[in-house]
Design a protein around this ligand. Sequence first.
Ligand SMILES: *Cc1c(COP(=O)(O)O)cnc(C)c1O
Length: 386
Amino acid sequence: MSMHFDSLAVHAGAHPDPRTGAIQVPIFQTSTYVQDEPGCHRGYEYSRTQNPTREALEEALADLEKGSSCRSYASGCAAATTVLHFLRQGDHVVAGDDLYGGTYRLFTTAFEPLGIRFSFVDTTDIDAIRGALTEQTRLLWVESPSNPVLKITDLAAVSEVAKEAKALLLVDNTFATPFNQRPLDFGADLVLHSTTKYLGGHCDVVGGAVVTNDPELGEKLAFYQNTLGAVPAPLDAFLTLRGIRTLSLRMEKHAVNALAIAEFLESQDRVAWVRYPFLESHPQHPIARQQMNTGGGMVSFELRGGVEDGKTFVMATRLFALAESLGGVESLIEHPATMTHAAVPREERVRAGLTDGLIRLSVGIENVEDLINDLRGAFREVFGKA
Ligand SMILES: *Cc1c(COP(=O)(O)O)cnc(C)c1O
């Protein structure tokens, strides 16, 4: 039955338990399954290979991304590790130049030493992607919106380039979620999630997933899920699926709050610029409007002043908690120059747009007036007026 996204988020992957009628899939906390005769089982042999709780999560995510199959993993990084095992020595990857830091570290410290080569380019520039392609390019790896400056990549255009180059296109859809954009509709081959963020949604579970609508890629994801073994625990699968049930409601509120906060910040003299995909001032605003339903829940802005002002500001909020990560119901604030990107040399950091006064907000689902008052208080505390 065809359903709108909000109905699907509530019902996807839900089948009442055949024995008891339990409306929610139980947490199948078991490692193995009894067989009726040697080799004769009911579709379940061992929980690294099959687990009903995990399957319910995977079915739900496949439906939400409009894919034919999904496999879930122990974390977003475990999902990325699994996909990178599709590659062989000498293969080349073209990736965004402002990827999630953990993804960049995985590429450069775990897979580059094994002979896989990576080029990092600004994926909002299609010519830069074309220029980086080689005969050995097998995979394009794109994040949109990107982290932390929320650059928007034209997914349909990148997908065409990937097809011409006979390379796979992977889109990390963690920031947008399928509520805002479904990359498979734009021609992506693989959609990756850190389910730790908006899908789980409550900052209480770590997980990852990959969705595809190519049966061959689906088989590979399943094969390497079992072979590499980076699977989520049944309880984690349950918690993630529980989070997904309210994804639509949460994402609506995240977006309404984030847009209001972005507009408030644009009106402040102490703010040099604000980045939010649905603000007209966003450099890729028209593409964001085309491929996303809302601008999402993340906002970045540049405070006039230096590293010290940025640091003081993020310590001055009360409701916005000072923390890395994102996508939970509670609002978070962070200062990339001294937190998530402190290890990057200043010159390189600034070149990538991660300036000294850059502040990143993960806007939660609290009352927006309370959130704006909290930010007003921080401006007063740092600059003496709002
Ligand atoms: C957090 C994150 C990851 C990594 O996921 P983990 O669950 O932390 O391993 C990958 N990509 C993006 C965009 C993320 O925000």
